[in-house]
Design a protein around this ligand. Structure first.
Ligand code: APR
Length: 306
């Protein structure tokens, strides 16, 4: 790909830009922020690591959108992050204003781009981006499920003392306390996890996953997680750039899938060159279906406010 742009040069955005460049997913990586000098400084610093790390993606930072024109993908991380005691919904009004303005600019300079939304509250910000950009649902995808699933897989690997690579799992639903880790689809190299772990330990891990973001916020005090969130966004970008047709849990605009309409919710999505190339409907237990419904309600409530 010619160009990938990351909007927001803060913790998540700068780390995402660095990962994109190190993986050489695009010839040019553009970092945009409103803070004067910050994207320029971080972009230059990152490109100065190129001779050492051995990548040839050019990283440039800017306060405007013109340099990003023609980007195939925009990873949007602009906005404010959580502090201890805040829920993702507390960020709603501020981030909605920011994401609206960012999305209009993206549509103006890169009308064919794909937006990977990272700003929180994720599901609602994806909706704001879709509305403000006027892009079809295939080209606005939210990064949440990949992160929530990574947290779940990391906790399981720690508990079972096995490789993270051998744990397959899906976390569906909204990116909040109501997310739905699918225990029935969790396997270790194909072995159902329920054969390897007592139910109460598994329940504790599911619970820790739901609060995985808050756990980090509590440690950091001045901000929220960014290594895993940036890795999640870049995994989605890689699937698109390389047309990998990966099946990953992402926030997608539902049009009848899972019996729901007109909201972004985390579901298994096929990611390829065209963005969101399909939604896979998996069978759910009654309990999982009810949890997904509850999660949808938790997304619809703040959505009505933007
Ligand atoms: N346009 C571009 N950048 C903006 C704008 C804007 N209109 N408004 C704010 N920003 C920039 C800030 O200047 C800051 O550099 O967004 C950046 C946000 O960075 P951090 O405060 O470090 O926040 P971060 O941890 O990166 O989280 C960003 O991602 O995971 C989510 O919940 C998180 O919503 C938050 C977002």
């Amino acid at each position: 790909m010619d160009k990938i742009t990351v909007v927001g040069a803060g913790n998540v955005g700068a780390t995402a830009a660095q990962r994109v460049a190190e993986k050489e997913l695009a010839r040019q990586v553009v970092l945009i922020d409103i803070a004067e000098g910050v994207p320029q400084g971080k972009g230059l610093d990152q490109f100065q690591s190129a001779p050492i790390e051995g990548f040839d993606s050019r990283v440039i930072g800017t306060n405007g959108y013109e340099e990003s024109a023609g980007s195939g993908i925009y990873i949007v991380t602009a906005g404010i992050a959580r502090k201890p005691g805040m829920s993702r919904d507390d960020l709603l009004t501020t981030n909605a204003g920011i994401v609206r303005q960012v999305s209009e600019n993206i549509a103006r300079v890169s009308p064919d781009a794909i937006i990977i939304m990272v700003s929180n509250p994720l599901d609602v910000m994806s909706y704001v981006a879709m509305k403000a950009s006027g892009f079809p649902r295939e080209r606005v995808i939210g990064m949440a499920g990949v992160l929530d699933t990574a947290r779940y897989r990391a906790f399981l690997a720690m508990e079972l003392d096995v490789s993270v690579e051998d744990i397959q799992a899906m976390v569906l639903g909204g990116h909040g306390d109501t997310m739905v880790p699918l225990v029935s689809y969790t396997t270790v190299s194909g072995i159902p996890v329920t054969q390897l772990m007592a139910r109460d330990r598994l329940d504790a891990i599911v619970d820790r996953t739901r609060n995985g973001g808050a756990e980090i916020v509590k440690f950091l005090k001045t901000g929220s997680a960014y290594y895993a969130p940036s890795a999640g966004a870049v995994q989605m970008a890689e699937a698109i750039v390389k047309d990998k047709k990966r099946i990953l849990p992402c926030a997608a605009w539902l049009q009848g899938e899972y019996g729901m309409n007109d909201l972004f919710l985390g579901v298994p999505v096929k990611l390829g060159r065209n963005g969101m190339e399909g939604i896979i409907e998996v069978e759910l237990t009654d309990e999982e279906r009810a949890a997904l419904q509850k999660s949808a309600e938790a997304v619809l409530e703040p959505m009505a406010l933007v």
